[in-house]
Design a protein. Structure first.
Length: 135
């Protein structure tokens, strides 16, 4: 048989190898998103839903809250302009995440985590001012 001749047969020259390769490609396309790495929102959601991961979440919230409290105290009590600029940037990014979470369900867990971080920051800043550490 020459290259120019059409193969004879009912399947038009397709072999079993072509069928297997085509099926494998379709299966790979349909399962690829499921096998991918989870999004950051899903990872944070797993920390919030798994009770065995709560100690890690508490440490992360405490660390982030301490950083936020330092920004609040430096901007509010010490009147540091660089801390105020950093605080404005973080507030702006947080507001953007909250708006996106309200519009889409994609950022819900990130918004919850940011809310917990801000609560911890205000709480720790209040404790720092109340005890006189921040004065």
């Amino acid at each position: 048989m020459n290259k120019d001749e059409e193969p004879s047969g009912q399947d038009g020259g397709r072999s079993d190898v072509d069928d297997v390769a085509g099926n494998a490609a379709r299966v790979a396309e349909s399962t690829e998103p499921e096998d991918g790495f989870p999004s950051p929102d899903e990872l944070i959601g797993s920390f919030m839903s798994e009770t065995s991961l709560w100690p890690v979440l508490i440490v992360a919230i405490g660390s982030g809250g301490a950083l936020g409290a330092a920004m609040l105290i430096l901007a509010g009590v010490d009147r540091n302009p660089f801390a105020a600029a950093a605080l404005l940037g973080v507030i702006g990014m947080s507001i953007d995440v909250f708006i996106q979470a309200k519009r889409k369900a994609v950022y819900r867990n990130i918004a919850k985590l940011l809310g917990l971080l801000w609560c911890a920051a205000f709480g720790l800043a209040g404790v720092g001012v109340w005890t006189g550490i921040a004065l």
